[in-house]
Design a protein around this ligand. Sequence first.
Ligand code: PEP
Ligand code: MN
Length: 343
Amino acid sequence: MVIIMKSGASVKEISSVVNRIEEFGMKAHPIYGEERTVIGVVGDERPVDKSLFDTLAGVENTLPILKPYKLASREFRKQDSAVHIFGTNGNSVNVGGSPNIILMAGPCAVESREQILESAHAVKEAGAKALRGGAFKPRTSPYSFQGHGEQGLEWMAEAREKYGLAIVTEVMSPDQVPLVARYADVMQIGARNMQNFALLNAVGESMKPVLLKRGMSATMEELLMAAEYILSHGNYNVMLCERGIRTFEKYTRNTLDINAVPVLKHLSHLPVVVDPSHATGKSEYVLATSRAAVAAGADGLIIEVHPDPSRAMSDGAQTLTPEQFAETVRQCRRIAEAMDRTI
Ligand code: PEP
Ligand code: MN
């Protein structure tokens, strides 16, 4: 349920509504808007007489949220949410809630200090605001390169300082959250972990921005329910990421579900980011699918870029050279312009 407060409701009225919600053993999630405050109520509502809230001072009305996801839904929040990401040098960017489309780019994995610094330089030059790179890699084979761990995070931190880029990096388990949160500006939850509920709870408690990738066989509703776990802890800094789903098609690694962009934006206020690299698995298709994502209304793109993709230790086939990335940005800018957006 959402409780809509009257415009001009006092702090005292708001807090007494919050107290009543808590007395019923439910959780209150107030959003303080410019016009008015709305309070999301989550928990077991069955024993509660909802009309009771309508009688409290300062309450305009109450609305049920019919979807299984509550805080993630458009019913809870009508406006697009912005996730604030802080890089160094006071650079901060908003993903969502703005006409600006944010580019996050970099290698699949952090391989060496030189590789990540070179990647950072290239993606920054081309217009990226965030540097991606995995220090902990979820590999299909236990014999494949698993990432450099904390050393990789340190190299990323150096790139962050040098280029003023925000850092996006994956966290794979709840016990890694404190370490990754010390270095990262955005914690990525990989597709394979989208329903790792212990991990979702742990990043929910950290309050750091989260890029939540859609599981390869997950429905949009399951993605939104996974987001709900994070939001339910009061961490509202969640970005949804469409990275392709598994279908019968074999010419591409996954199938980019372009529908997910308008559908998720319709159902939810959370920003939507598209990953054309994992969606296609082939560098030659990343340009066209990036353009499509921008045209469909994505708030951000996350793209794999490596100084020499032929030598990449993971996902080389889908990784762009710096030149290809610069061209992708150039073309996406033109699409963005046609939609009154900027990159
Ligand atoms: C990645 O970003 O390198 C990655 C492993 O992505 P996904 O979890 O979407 O497969
Ligand atoms: Mn990858």
